[in-house]
Design a protein around this ligand. Sequence first.
Ligand SMILES: [Zn+2]
Ligand SMILES: [Zn+2]
Length: 280
Amino acid sequence: MIEITLLGTGSPIPDPNRAGPATLVRAGGHVFLVDCGRGVLQRAAAVGVGAGELSALLLTHLHSDHIGDLGDVLITRWISTFAPDPEPLPIIGPPGTAETVAATLKAFGHDIGYRIAHHADLNAPPAVEVHEYTEGPAWNCDGVSIQVAPTDHRPVAPTIGFRIESGTASVVLAGDTLPCPGLDELASGADALVHTVIRKDIVAKFSQQRLKDICEYHSSVEEAAATAARAGVGTLVMTHYVPALVPGQEEQWRALAAGEFGGRIELGADLHRVEVNARP
Ligand SMILES: [Zn+2]
Ligand SMILES: [Zn+2]
């Protein structure tokens, strides 16, 4: 069984009820954090997960809403890990990730310096181990494997999706993307697909062109559902709702997806949890 928890289902626009994009995946004893938007550690705390317990941080792309709390994850893990020789945090992301992580640590350079000067048992900056991928195998440990494939969020490039397999169960995390062959292949036959969605029928009517622009490089609810159908996945999990999903309108969003996809459809508030079992 693989367990998915939608830690943050929001978007770049601050929302009192939705944290920024982030998804927790528990598989085979490992805990993976996929993207780390605004408020991620508060939501993780709500399900009893601390930054020190993460097996790895996976980043689909380097848009600010998906990495807004990267500094918080790195620094909080560092100061809340009491082992004398802490394991470096593996960070798997697209090219550009190493530069982003290094710049984030630099931005917190003063903080890191204060803490090393103050605490006798802190004598090195946060330990990280960055791996950049655009495709191929990215992780294999204790029966859990992670595969990476390119997605299409241009002009944001490169962007990647992840397929996490544990035992016979598999979950794909698409991130922000248009329908594309890389994602179709990655998601083929998976038990669940976690996909970000926007309501193009609503966003296209906004008056500001800058807001309308987002339709160009995201999947609508219907497009994400069609991807799920093409790939033959068992469950579609929708997240990163744009505009914010108003409580009470869940069935409207579900109906749009159900028009394209006949499998199980999951959506909801932050901390919505989905158990994914291998299908017979
Ligand atoms: Zn994005
Ligand atoms: Zn986004």
